[in-house]
Ligand binder design. Structure first.
Ligand code: 13P
Length: 244
């Protein structure tokens, strides 16, 4: 397990060119501990070429929000790993709950994406997390273990990131209790150890902001955050990055 903090901005479908350029220009000016922190930005695909230029020679790292599981082919509207690599993405989010829900992505499909990333030296950020019903019915642990098993079991994983994002916490302002994040991060940790994966980071995602980041990031098995809404605001990002 790596102890560096990984901050991943998931901009989702936000920002035009000017807004995106403005934010990264300001992000570049923030002084934070670069030895301890990796700062990854995942913009919309069409912003990648421009941001790749703007980020040249900076410490900010580009990531993709998704990718197709095949190398190329008849997949109208999808984006291939080849182009993601061309624009220097080091990471790709895979299996985000919005992709699972709105684009019917299955664990089988997501496993193919994880494999493709690893074969191409892109570090996958695999998202897992339960719905509010599963949390209430107390079936969330089985559900998360099923997601992990079906998405990564028996894959040779030199390095990967798991983001625990409870669906009920995304964009709602509701954060699980610290002990609940601890419980799931330990579940993920032991799963990865059992799979003999040595190099990994576990992130928490869901309504992370500058007021709750520090407490979440201080959890033993948590190494950073996957941030949606707050990642669009420079003041929030400044507070988060400088608190590591
Ligand atoms: P919010 O931070 O807006 O809740 O989004 C979390 C998320 O989905 C990040 O991938």
């Amino acid at each position: 397990m790596t102890h560096n903090t990984l901050i991943v901005s998931n901009w989702k479908m936000n920002f035009n060119f000017i807004q995106a350029k403005n934010l990264v220009t300001n992000l570049k000016k923030i002084k934070y501990n670069k030895l301890k922190l990796s700062n990854v930005i995942c913009p919309q695909f069409l912003l990648l070429p421009t941001l790749n230029e703007v980020l040249h020679k900076s410490d900010l790292i580009l990531g993709a929000q998704d990718l197709h599981f095949d190398i190329n082919g008849a997949y109208t509207g999808d984006t291939s790993i080849e182009l993601i690599k061309d624009y220097n993405c080091k990471y790709s989010i895979v299996g985000h709950s919005e992709r699972r829900a709105l684009h019917n992505e299955s664990n089988i499909m997501i496993k193919k994406k994880v494999k493709l990333c690893l074969d191409n030296f892109i570090i996958p950020i695999l998202c897992v997390g339960e719905s509010i019903e599963q949390r209430k019915k107390n079936t969330y642990k089985d559900f998360i273990l099923k997601q992990l098993t079906e998405c990564i079991q028996k894959i040779k994983c030199p390095e990967l990131v798991i983001a625990y994002e409870p669906i009920w916490s995304i964009g709602t302002g509701i954060i699980p209790k610290v002990e609940d994040i601890i419980e799931v991060s330990e579940l993920i940790f032991s799963f990865l150890k059992k799979e003999k994966i040595d190099k990994f980071q576990i992130l928490y995602g869901g309504s992370v902001n500058s007021s709750n980041f520090r407490e979440i990031n201080s959890i033993d098995k948590i190494n950073g955050a996957l941030i949606g809404g707050a990642s669009l605001k420079i003041d929030e990002m400044k507070k988060i990055l400088t608190s590591c």
